[in-house]
Design a protein around this ligand. Structure first.
Ligand SMILES: *Cc1c(COP(=O)(O)O)cnc(C)c1O
Length: 371
């Protein structure tokens, strides 16, 4: 046995995470660049103080008030008649998805996604001893529905995990794709990860609208991105009650602290303010896409708060040169591509200025349009 006695499957693995560097312009982890107002922060502080007076007791294990608040919010954003027993939450949607694989994956079962996709998915599979299969997206990062159907029917995955909009490409799934996957999956679950759902372009529906139609559909959301609350760690899902009840079997006792519950509830009371800059960020996103195309880059259409662009013969050199200029973006996605999160107007101006300089010595090598 090795020392420390790490599982064979973990030997040589590194902990996941983007570099947390102290640079002036941080555009690498898709957070909302606009923090809560002092008034919202005061309300959170007051709610936490109230909760603190009862911290000798374990918190409400079923976080009933928070589930009601999240349910109301989802019903206002594409959910139909969700009820609190169809909503579940944990410390970030990462924990929600880990719980999904603990409950529905496991030895002898398969989790399927389509790459390029979120880098954490294979880690949930590894941690839950679930077999991991990553099929491919098309060159424009869409799904070929016939190929996807065939694969799902052949593999019979216990869980299909798909972000929509996708990270790192920004690509949203059309409702036909979600319905097709749900039908092909039989009793397997289809998890549509809408971490960036609030940034969808006009006319792009949420998978929440299909929850009534497909009993095996799970839609996950998070307060980390549009909601400007990444530091609080609160993610959630909507699904049939029987799915939620099954997840309750694997959750750790009292997994959502009283402080977290109070913080998230206070944030929900300030939803209009916290989400108030989403419209600005969508406009900034669309103009970033356009500007990058004008520079001769290939750019994936984006329904999220980030943009994938390329391609560069040496993307690491481009990433490093931007960092040297004080702009941190993400070296991720297929070879040659880079991802930039949408920041404030000032941050994006700094990004454009820095990239203009870098492109002079590292021009994009793109030949074909990616739309
Ligand atoms: C950021 C992100 C999440 C959110 O993670 P949290 O744990 O809720 O902060 C989930 N899925 C994808 C694809 C993401 O990019």
């Amino acid at each position: 046995m090795p020392w420390p006695p790490l599982r064979d499957a973990l030997v040589g693995d590194e902990p996941y995470g983007a570099p947390q560097l102290d640079v002036p312009v941080q555009l690498n982890t898709n957070e909302n660049p606009y923090g809560p107002s002092p008034a919202a922060a005061d309300d959170v502080a007051a709610a936490v103080r109230e909760a603190a007076l009862g911290l000798n007791r374990y918190p409400d294990r079923e976080f009933s008030a928070l589930r009601r608040g999240l349910t109301d919010y989802l019903n206002s954003d594409g959910g139909r008649d969700l009820t609190p027993d169809m909503v579940w939450a944990a410390n970030g949607s990462n924990e929600v998805m880990m719980q999904i694989l603990q409950a529905f994956g496991g030895p002898g079962r398969t989790a399927l996604s389509f790459a390029p996709t979120y880098a954490m998915y294979p880690e949930y599979a590894r941690n839950s001893l679930t077999e991991w299969v990553a099929a491919r997206r098309e060159d424009d990062f869409s799904l070929d529905l016939d190929k996807a159907r065939q694969l799902v029917q052949e593999l019979q995955p216990a869980v299909v995990l798909l972000p929509s909009p996708n990270n790192p490409t920004g690509t949203a799934l059309p409702p036909e794709a979600v319905s097709m996957l749900c039908e092909a999956a039989g009793n397997g679950l289809v998890v549509i990860d809408e971490a960036y759902g609030e940034f969808r372009r006009d006319g792009v529906p949420s998978a929440l609208e299909l929850i009534d139609t497909h009993r095996n559909l799970v839609v996950t959301r998070t307060m980390s991105k549009a909601f400007a609350l990444a530091g609080a760690r609160l993610g959630y899902l909507a699904a049939r009650q029987e799915v939620v009840d099954a997840i309750r079997i694997v959750r750790l006792p009292y997994h959502l602290s009283a402080v977290t519950q109070a913080t998230a509830l206070a944030a929900l009371r300030h939803a209009p303010e916290l989400l108030g800059r989403v419209a600005d960020l969508r406009i900034e996103r669309d103009s970033t896409v356009e500007w990058l195309r004008d520079q001769g880059c290939a750019v994936a259409d984006s329904d999220a708060n980030f943009v994938l662009f390329g391609t560069f013969a040496d993307r690491h050199a481009v990433w490093q040169a931007l960092l040297d200029a004080g702009v941190l973006i993400r070296e991720t996605g297929p070879e040659g591509w880079l991802r930039v999160s949408v920041g404030t107007g000032e941050e994006m101006a700094a990004f454009r200025a820095a990239l203009t300089d870098v492109i002079a010595t590292h021009p994009p090598t793109t030949v074909k349009e990616t739309r």
